[in-house]
Design a protein around this ligand. Structure first.
Ligand code: SAH
Length: 263
C-alpha cells in the first residue's frame, strides 16, 4: 500500500527526501519530480505539488493514476483564522472547504457544482494518527528541534494541536479585512491555505483516504508575509519532518505485496 506525501513548498519535504532509504528513484511527470521509495518501512511517493489548488489537484491525480497511491497526506503551513490560535500551533483537518468556490445562484455558495457537496472529510484514522503524532512531537521534540531563541522570536509559548475545518483558496490571505470576511462566511474554519481542499476533492472522487496537516505560519493578517521564508526554514520544516516521521513510525509497515515464494 503506497502512501503519497505532498507539500506545496520545498522546505516542507526536504528532510523527508533526505531520509528516504537508498534505492529511491525519481520520476519526472508534468513538471514535477515524484520520489518513489521507502520511508520507515513504508512504500512512499514524495512530491512537491507547488502552490495553489490546480497544482495540488493535478499532482494528486498523478499520484493516484501513475503511482497507485492508496493513501495521501498533505503537509504544509497555513494562516490561522480562528480566535485563540497562535503561530506554531498545528491544525489537522477534519473537513475542508474551497472558500473561493462560488457558483451561486446556480448552486449554493461553496458547493462544488455537480458534486453536491461543499466540504470533504479527512479519513478519521489518518487524521487521528497525525494529530497524535503532532501532540507527541510538540511535547517531546519541539524544544530539541526548534531553539528557545527561535521559539521566543516567533512568540511560540505553548504550541497546541487543533482538529477542525480548513478553508482553501487560490489567494494568499494577508489582511485583517479578509480574515473578518472569512470568519463571517465560514465561522468554523480554523485555518486558511491554498491546497488542502483541492487534494480533498480529488481524493473524494477517487475514494482515496487522505489527511491534511498544517503548521500555522501567520495569522492571515497584514503581517502574514513578514519573514515567511525564515519561518519555513527555522520552524515549519522541523514540524513537517518530525511529525511525519512519528506518524510513519506509529503505523504498522505493510508486508511486500508479493511475498517471495518458498523454494
Ligand atoms: N510568500 C511565499 C508564498 C507562499 S504562498 C513565498 O515567497 O514562498 C503560501 C503557501 O503557504 C501556500 O502553499 C499556502 O497553502 C500556505 N499559506 C500560509 N499562510 C497562508 C495564508 N495566510 N493564506 C493562504 N495560504 C497560506
Amino acid at each position: 500500500m503506497t502512501l503519497g506525501i505532498v507539500a506545496a513548498l520545498h522546505e516542507e519535504i526536504a528532510d523527508l527526501l533526505a531520509e528516504m532509504a537508498p534505492g529511491a528513484h525519481v520520476e519526472h511527470i508534468g513538471m514535477r519530480d515524484y520520489y518513489v521509495g521507502k520511508l520507515h518501512g513504508h512504500d512512499c511517493v514524495i512530491v512537491l505539488a507547488r502552490i495553489g489548488k490546480v497544482a495540488a489537484a493535478a499532482t494528486t491525480t498523478a499520484l493516484i493514476h501513475r503511482f497507485d497511491v492508496r493513501e495521501l497526506v498533505f503537509t504544509g503551513v497555513a494562516g490561522g483564522l480562528a480566535h485563540g490560535l497562535a503561530v506554531g500551533d498545528v491544525v489537522i483537518a477534519d473537513t475542508l472547504t474551497q472558500h473561493d468556490m462560488d457558483a451561486s445562484p446556480l448552486f449554493p455558495r461553496y458547493e462544488i457544482p455537480l458534486l453536491g457537496r461543499a466540504s470533504f472529510n479527512a479519513e478519521s484514522a489518518l487524521r487521528d494518527a497525525l494529530a497524535q503524532a503532532a501532540r507527541d512531537w510538540l511535547a517531546e521534540e519541539l524544544h530539541e528541534q526548534v531553539s528557545a531563541e527561535w521559539r521566543a522570536q516567533w512568540q511560540m509559548a505553548a504550541p497546541r494541536v487543533h482538529v477542525g475545518q480548513i478553508a482553501s483558496g487560490d489567494r494568499f490571505v494577508s489582511s485583517a479585512n479578509e480574515v473578518t470576511l472569512l470568519r463571517g462566511h465560514l465561522p468554523q474554519a480554523l485555518a486558511v491555505e491554498m491546497e488542502g481542499a483541492a487534494v480533498a476533492q480529488v481524493c473524494h472522487e477517487y475514494g482515496i483516504p487522505f489527511a491534511v496537516m498544517r503548521t500555522l505560519s501567520d495569522a492571515a493578517d497584514d503581517t502574514a508575509h513578514v519573514d515567511f521564508p525564515r519561518f519555513l526554514r527555522e520552524v515549519a520544516s522541523h514540524y513537517s519532518h518530525g511529525i511525519l516521521r512519528r506518524f510513519l513510525r506509529s503505523r504498522p509497515a505493510h508486508p511486500p505485496s508479493h511475498p517471495p515464494s518458498r523454494p
